[in-house]
Ligand binder design. Structure first.
Ligand code: ELE
Length: 304
């Protein structure tokens, strides 16, 4: 089955500490590209996920989740005896923090030979991230194989920097992510990541960096300040809306999915940016990366 937006990365079972300081964790779903896929599906796009997942109970939960969300899983490998990665979210005065149990997971053991290239070639957008590459060298090569197939077939490549220094050192992240971003048509960096990856300080200088690298659209997320959307011809700051935020986990991924869905519909990066800023803000009103992802009607209602 062909999907318009194909997301490639690691899905992670999520344990989210909803009462600070207490050993009480709410189970949910995470993993940046899976979050993006579900956000895009809830915004009405045709979406699929590719990659690998364990044949354990968490993998089963994900297959059921994606089915409920209308996300195609026919390109997702269930690895016999493989583990699905997990992560823990804790909340403190400086916001949320992640810790991982994912090394050696089914997703991390993927190789370039496992990538379903036919699915990549028949998509309209391939979405990957820095995390998709950080989890192992073989996964990194698999992502590059998917990007090469997409580019050769004229499929738009979308890339979120999603810098995770618990997964790899900054020097390696810089080299790999900056090289991959040069292959991306749509660059989706976050401000904190991009400062560290580019060495540039201002939103404009960061957008220049990625446009000079060859991206057609840069959507630089600025947290509560919204986003700066830049093309070679024009750039606009898009403000966010204020909400009662409890957990920002997955807000960046929600931005990505909402942005890609709306951009596919309108081909207008600024309209997509307005829609995605509102969707991302709404996604912070509940705990977890996936449960609070808004549907298109909620986003449109909040846009007024
Ligand atoms: O860290 C990882 O490897 C994950 O994939 C876990 C999370 O689900 C995403 O990181 C959330 O991403 P944000 O939208 O940037 O909050």
């Amino acid at each position: 089955m062909a999907s318009d937006i194909l997301c490639f990365g690691e899905a992670l079972g999520e344990f989210n500490q909803t009462r600070p300081g207490e050993p009480h964790y709410l189970f949910g779903f995470g993993g940046d590209t899976s979050n993006c896929a579900i956000a895009a599906a809830r915004s009405g796009a045709s979406v699929g996920v590719i990659g690998a997942i364990g044949d354990d109970a968490f993998g089963e939960d994900f297959i059921a989740l994606w089915a409920r969300e209308g996300v195609d899983t026919s390109g997702m490998r269930r690895v016999t005896g493989g583990d699905t990665g997990l992560y823990f979210v804790t909340h403190g005065p400086d916001g949320h923090a992640f810790s991982y149990r994912r090394s050696g997971s089914a997703a991390a053991r993927i190789t370039a030979a496992d990538v379903p290239l036919d699915r990549v070639r028949s998509a309209r957008i391939l979405h990957v991230s820095g995390i998709s590459q950080a989890i192992s060298d073989s996964a990194s090569e698999a992502v590059l194989a998917a990007i090469a197939a997409a580019r050769a077939a004229g499929v738009t490549v979308s890339y979120d920097t999603n810098l995770r220094l618990r997964l790899w050192p900054l020097e390696k992240a810089r080299a790999v992510t900056n090289a991959a971003m040069r292959l991306a048509d749509i660059a989706l960096p976050g401000m904190d990541d991009a400062r560290q990856l580019t060495g540039r300080e201002t939103p404009d200088a960061i957008c220049d960096f990625y446009l000079e690298g060859g991206s057609r659209i840069v959507a630089l997320t600025l947290g509560k300040e919204g986003a700066l959307i830049a093309t070679p011809q024009e750039r606009r700051v898009i403000p966010s809306i204020s909400v009662n935020a409890v957990d920002a986990t997955g807000a960046g991924d929600c931005f990505d999915g909402a942005f890609l869905a709306e951009w596919l519909r309108t081909q207008d990066p600024f309209a997509a940016g307005r829609y995605a800023c509102v969707a991302a803000a709404l996604s912070t009103r509940g705990y977890g990366a996936v449960a609070p992802l808004p549907r298109r009607e909620e986003v449109l209602a909040a846009m007024g």
